[in-house]
Design a protein around this ligand. Structure first.
Ligand code: DCP
Length: 221
């Protein structure tokens, strides 16, 4: 029996679920809530929608010139908070990460939603954090999707803030995720990657969840 009380798993086996907007990350991660040994950390979208009463996600889409940098800066902070939180279980599963926040920054830089100096500041923050903060990640699960499929899902779920998000935007975000996690030609990888077909139905994804839990999760420290 372990002499370490369960409340101090400082180094749980940490898995990040990545993929485009609408790729099914929330559905996938929610399935892990049935396992008592796993802490599920959802992406803090609700925090982004209510920063002391201000909907920063909405402002970012409505006026990117003014708010994209501020929004990404807040995303970085809230993701770092999730990376560093102490969890009471040997497994921790996170929706997205500070690593994939970089995909959005890269896209916003390329499409000039961010001024060059803004992307430099965000990238310097990012580089400082990955060097100085303990962000150890053990596994990335990439829900790889087709932009047309996620566009349809996004329109169907009709999140108000996303009404202006175009297929072209999803194609750009897809390409950057794909270059990073699938082709592996962009940014370094913080952990091994398992790629799953995120175009599949919910039922098929649930089968994938079980396979991941049984096959790929290994022991925490
Ligand atoms: N977002 C962003 N920049 C980030 C992270 C997210 O602009 N660094 C935006 C994109 C979406 C919203 O925040 O409009 C939430 O995006 P996610 O892809 O993270 O979450 P979803 O809810 O779309 O995931 P899924 O549908 O896969 O569950």
């Amino acid at each position: 029996m372990s002499i370490i009380p369960s409340a101090v798993y400082k180094r749980p086996f940490t898995v990040c679920i990545e993929g485009n907007i609408g790729s099914g990350k929330t559905t996938f991660i929610n399935e892990f809530k049935q396992y008592n040994d796993t802490t599920v950390l959802q992406e803090p979208v609700e925090l982004w929608r209510n920063v002391s009463g201000t909907n920063l996600l909405e402002l970012m889409y409505k006026d990117p010139g003014q708010y994209a940098c501020l929004f990404q800066s807040y995303v970085q902070l809230t993701m770092l908070q999730l990376h560093t939180i102490e969890t009471p279980t040997p497994y921790k599963i996170m929706e997205r990460s500070v690593f994939s926040a970089r995909c959005f920054i890269e896209n916003m830089k390329r499409t000039k939603m961010l001024r060059p100096v803004e992307s430099v500041v965000l990238e310097e923050w990012y580089n400082w954090c990955i060097t100085n903060v303990k962000l150890k990640t053990d596994l990335i699960i990439y829900l790889r999707t087709t932009p047309e499929v996620v566009y349809k899902r996004m329109r169907e779920r009709a999140r108000e803030e996303e009404c202006s998000v175009s297929l072209e935007y999803l194609q750009q975000v897809h390409q950057i995720h794909d270059d990073w996690l699938y082709h592996r030609t962009l940014f370094s990888l913080p952990a091994p990657v398992i790629t799953l077909n995120g175009d599949k139905s919910i039922e098929e994804m649930f089968a994938e969840v079980r396979k991941c839990k049984e096959g790929f999760f290994t022991k925490a420290d």
